[in-house]
Design a binder for this molecule. Structure first.
Ligand SMILES: Cc1cc2nc3c(=O)[nH]c(=O)nc-3n(C[C@H](O)[C@H](O)[C@H](O)COP(=O)(O)OP(=O)(O)OC[C@H]3O[C@@H](n4cnc5c(N)ncnc54)[C@H](O)[C@@H]3O)c2cc1C
Length: 421
């Protein structure tokens, strides 16, 4: 057990911790990054085997290093982990791996914070919580354990072989749910997919990936989710070279679409009558992006090939027009459920005054209500792009600048007294 002091303690060695380290290093600020496992651990062990990045290599990266693959390719999860590890080495990030932060408390009567870690204590003037946007898997309490059906969260899903023989119900239709359902169907499984509300931008339109369209249309910069929603699920896929998620295609491949899973009783699961509406809202989101892209092209006189076919949607499949509202799991041969229902956060280690009454980080652009404590990598931290590889880099820059400003206040000492900001 050791005792160390540093200026900034960064907790978490994923993309957020690495980005923070780069900006602090550029400012010459002494810091330590603690990671309880390995650098980029979540890309190594919390993603399914076949996962590729949702965004192309030219876009989903830090500005100062390119992926070795083609710019329009979608890096595999191993390539993303290797990229982040290489980046950490390139910038000489002072990361200590295998060290868990157990608690961080505010020093009483003196500036700074004390971290209790699995390897001793660290005193730091500032603390950056970079422990990820997606920390604790959420499984809604719909199907009780007593139902004796194999239930896992998407973060524990690896591949179809891992599930018991039989049909699978995938719940949640964001990028994880649709990709997992697609993979399971491709492996020959009978698949039911519970389709929740989602956005589904076109993968590519008029020769440009949707990440480009969201960029030029300023949509990555959106400061809050629309209509006060906490989060918007985006159904996109980089699998098989990238393709637009259209639920009609999934149905044509043999997946039975159902509405949001609502309740369970006596071996039967009930679905809300919202399937048609959820699909229609996703379609509206898709079509509105095409229209905005067309308008942008026209206003700016861009020479991009027309793609009128993209505006024509196929008719709804039967499972949408005449949806199943109840499924007897045993009768349908369903032996497992994959919950692709998102994540929540866990800051139980951070024992400071930086949370609201619901335990959510209380902050503005990552600057928390506890002076000296910062969050990084939160969904919508400053904009829609905040939890993505490229977005977190800019938020880290903002926080590093802010730390420099705080340091300048600390340096101010006209009366000769020790300043304690
Ligand atoms: C399925 C999936 C696919 C995604 N695909 C993309 C994509 O294609 N492109 C993109 O830009 N983004 C993608 N994202 C979003 C985002 O890039 C990832 O979630 C990314 O892992 C977030 O990085 P992070 O550094 O903020 O957090 P994390 O990667 O979660 O890193 C946090 C680290 O903190 C460590 N930690 C936690 N608690 C402690 C503690 N107490 N002490 C020490 N260490 C601790 C963890 O071990 C972890 O390594 C995806 C997310 C998911 C879930």
């Amino acid at each position: 057990m050791s005792s160390t002091a540093t200026e900034v303690l960064v907790v978490g060695g994923g993309q957020a911790g690495i980005a923070m380290s780069e900006h602090l290093g550029n400012h010459g600020v002494p810091h330590i990054v603690l990671e309880r496992d390995r650098v980029a651990e979540r890309w190594r062990t919390s993603r399914w085997d076949s996962l590729v990045a949702n965004g192309p290599a030219w876009h989903d990266r830090f500005p100062n290093l390119e992926f070795p693959c083609a710019p329009d390719a979608f890096p595999t999860k191993e390539e993303v982990a290797a990229y982040l590890a290489e980046y950490a080495e390139k910038i000489n990030a002072p990361i200590r791996t295998g060290v868990e932060v157990i608690s961080v408390t505010k020093n009483i009567g003196e500036p700074g914070f004390r971290a209790a870690t699995s390897e001793g204590t660290i005193d730091a003037r500032y603390v950056v919580a970079a422990t990820g946007p997606f920390q604790k898997p959420v499984i809604p309490a719909v199907v009780p354990d007593a139902a004796r059906i194999h239930q896992i969260h998407s973060s524990a899903y690896c591949n179809p072989r891992q599930l018991p023989e039989g049909a699978v119900l995938v719940i949640g239709a964001g990028s994880s749910g649709v990709q997992i359902a697609d993979e399971l169907r491709g492996s020959g499984r009978e698949v039911y997919l519970a389709v929740s509300p989602h956005d589904r931008p076109p993968r590519r339109y008029r020769g440009r990936d949707f990440v480009w369209w969201l960029g030029v249309l300023n949509k990555w910069e959106a400061a809050t989710p629309p209509q006060g929603a906490e989060h918007v699920t985006i159904a996109v896929s980089g699998a098989r070279g990238g393709h637009t998620v259209d639920f009609r295609n999934l149905a044509a491949d043999g997946i039975t679409l159902v509405g949001t899973a609502e309740s369970y009783e006596d071996g039967k699961i009930r679905f809300a009558p919202d399937l048609k509406q959820n699909i229609a809202q996703g379609d509206a989101n898709y079509l509105s992006l095409l229209q905005e892209a067309d308008a942008y092209i026209e206003r700016n006189g861009l020479d991009l090939p027309e793609e009128p076919g993209a505006h024509h949607l196929q008719p709804d499949p039967e499972c949408v027009t005449d949806p199943l509202l109840e499924l007897d799991l045993a009768e349908a041969g369903v032996t497992s459920i994959v919950w692709a229902t998102g994540f929540t956060q866990d800051y139980s280690w951070l024992k400071v005054d930086a949370f609201d009454e619901k335990g959510r980080p209380q902050h503005r652009r990552g600057i928390s209500s506890e002076p000296g404590v910062f969050f990084l990598g939160l969904p919508w931290q400053s904009r829609r792009g905040s939890s993505f590889i490229w977005g977190v880099w800019h938020d880290a820059g903002f926080l590093a600048d802010h730390i420099m400003i705080r340091r300048s206040y600390r340096a101010y000492n006209s009366a000769g007294a020790a300043a304690t900001v």
